[in-house]
Design a protein around this ligand. Structure first.
Ligand code: G
Ligand code: G
Ligand code: MN
Ligand code: NA
Length: 250
């Protein structure tokens, strides 16, 4: 309850900020984009992990307001980046069901001047449990605007193969739990291979999360995986560091 109260006040007081984790082209090593990740620095609670506050915000509905803020802030900051790099913003399931994400996105793009093709939205698999007609329609509208839709944490949620075939999607993000075990556990390796093959037949792009070693990068490249994200390339960092990263790597 106390955390909940502090969160609402914190948004007003500017205690939330975003960090960006690089998403890298596995073959060329070039920066393709970055994922925006929420951070909260509170006077009493200190730096609160999103693993602690996102579930609370999802449970009480505050995530709709917080998500809208993150979307606006990410578009605003990414508008200063080179035109080649995209920004990926997380959208909580409840924002799709209860909020008006299409209106929020249009507003954020209009305010920032960010071209729609540079915005990607990451939706966690649980969202697809409740994929009703209106949610599909919203995702279709976003894609028609040129925004790419990614299914986040793929493999850990509830999505079935028939869902994948029917729903408006552009890419899959393979969950880091599989990538981390890939080099030591044959089953995890098989899962990552299968997801890549599946994505290819469905004409979806793949982003591998949690890439930490050169061995993992090579395995993924051999499987045809295009994009990687993880500590091998970079931790979440401030917006300016992303611009700097791009300049020094090109
Ligand atoms: O990088 P990390 O520890 O920060 O992220 C922890 C979790 O918080 C991840 O599962 C991530 O998807 C989630 N998260 C981070 N930022 C956002 C956000 O803006 N919106 C939502 N819905 N989830 C986020
Ligand atoms: O959106 P998502 O739930 O995937 O959020 C990514 C989370 O994973 C963040 O907490 C981020 O800090 C963390 N993370 C990103 N890359 C790595 C990595 O290479 N290794 C580990 N252990 N965690 C990572
Ligand atoms: Mn994500
Ligand atoms: Na994820």
């Amino acid at each position: 309850r106390e955390l909940e109260h502090a969160m609402r006040g914190g948004l007003q007081k500017g205690e939330f900020f975003l960090q960006y984790q690089p998403q890298v082209d596995l073959r060329t090593g070039k920066l393709a984009g970055a994922e925006a990740l929420l951070r909260w620095e509170n006077g009493k609670f200190g730096l609160v992990s999103p693993a602690a506050f996102i579930p609370v915000a999802e449970a009480n509905g505050f995530i709709c307001e917080l998500g809208r803020w993150a979307l606006t802030e990410a578009c605003h900051q990414a508008a200063d980046w080179p035109d080649e790099i995209t920004v990926a913003v997380n959208v909580a399931p409840i924002q799709l069901v209860r909020g008006d994400v299409v209106a929020d996105v249009k507003h954020a793009l209009a305010l920032s001047g960010l071209p729609p093709k540079r915005l990607h939205l990451e939706i966690t698999e649980s969202a697809f449990v409740e994929l009703s007609g209106p949610v599909c329609k919203a995702l279709e509208q976003l894609r028609e605007m040129g925004i790419a839709i990614a299914l986040d944490d793929f493999g850990t949620g509830y999505s079935s193969l028939s869902y994948l075939a029917g729903f408006p999607l552009d890419k899959l993000k393979i969950d880091q739990s599989f990538v981390r075990k890939m080099s030591s556990d044959p089953q995890s390796l098989a899962i990552v291979q299968t997801v890549n093959a599946l994505a290819e037949s469905l004409q979806l792009d793949v982003v591998a999360e949690g890439v930490e070693t050169e061995t993992e990068r090579q395995l993924l490249t051999a499987m045809g995986c295009e994009i990687g994200q993880g500590y091998l390339f970079g931790k979440p960092q401030p917006s300016e560091a992303i611009e700097e990263w791009y300049r020094t790597s090109c």
